[in-house]
Design a binder for this molecule. Structure first.
Ligand SMILES: C[S@@+](CC[C@H](N)C(=O)[O-])C[C@H]1O[C@@H](n2cnc3c(N)ncnc32)[C@H](O)[C@@H]1O
Length: 184
């Protein structure tokens, strides 16, 4: 179970402590995180981010002209870092726990970035979307697919091709990333 696994925090990545070849997040994704954050924040307003990780996208989201930034995070070690990060950020609202268990605490949003890890319920995320999107909301998410599809079962998505150059890793070794965008 991921949320009870110990994590190791390296300079350029977070890995599972007992299985260090499994990366939870890596900093080569910086351009993807920047672009994902820009899409999520395009309308300003209330932004929902699910999965804090290294806080790369969270830092980009904070640079946009937004009203609120709600972050859902489930891992206790990352929550400690997140609470510290959020200390001087009055527009940040932290919701602790697996997103699937905190759906009742969610509001409605103008932009959403979904980026979890080892999430057995990710393919159910689309089921809650109608309840949490405002009209015009931009939804984007981490897309591990190697083409213009996605593994979350979200329909009506357009894809923006990005060139990327990842170092060898356990989850994405392509040179094109298909950045997803669904406009509601
Ligand atoms: C790939 S990282 C997110 C990377 C982040 N976008 C960044 O820029 O660093 C995935 C994050 O999702 C969290 N996570 C995994 N499963 C989750 C779940 N079911 N609910 C909430 N957070 C989850 C992990 O603990 C981790 O912090």
């Amino acid at each position: 179970m991921y949320s009870t696994s110990s994590l190791a925090f390296l300079e350029d990545k977070i890995v599972l402590k007992d299985y260090p070849h499994y990366e939870v997040m890596m900093d080569w994704e910086v351009n993807i995180m920047s672009a994902s954050s820009a899409l999520a924040c395009e309308n300003g307003g209330d932004i929902l981010e699910i999965g804090f990780g290294m806080g790369i996208s969270a830092n980009y989201i904070q640079q946009h002209d937004i009203k609120t930034h709600t972050i859902v995070e489930s891992h206790p070690q990352i929550l400690d870092i997140l609470h510290n990060w959020a200390k001087n950020k009055p527009n940040v609202n932290i919701i602790e726990g697996d997103w699937v268990k905190v759906v009742d605490q969610l509001s409605t949003y103008d932009g959403i970035f979904f980026d979890t890890y080892a999430d057995e319920n990710a393919t159910d995320f689309h089921l809650i979307l109608d309840k949490i999107v405002n009209k015009g909301c931009n939804l984007t998410f981490w897309n591990g697919a190697k083409n213009k599809t996605n593994m979350l079962g979200i329909s009506g998505v357009e894809y923006i091709e990005m060139s990327v150059n990842p170092p060898s890793n356990s989850y994405f070794n392509e040179n094109t990333y298909y950045l997803p965008l669904k406009k509601y």
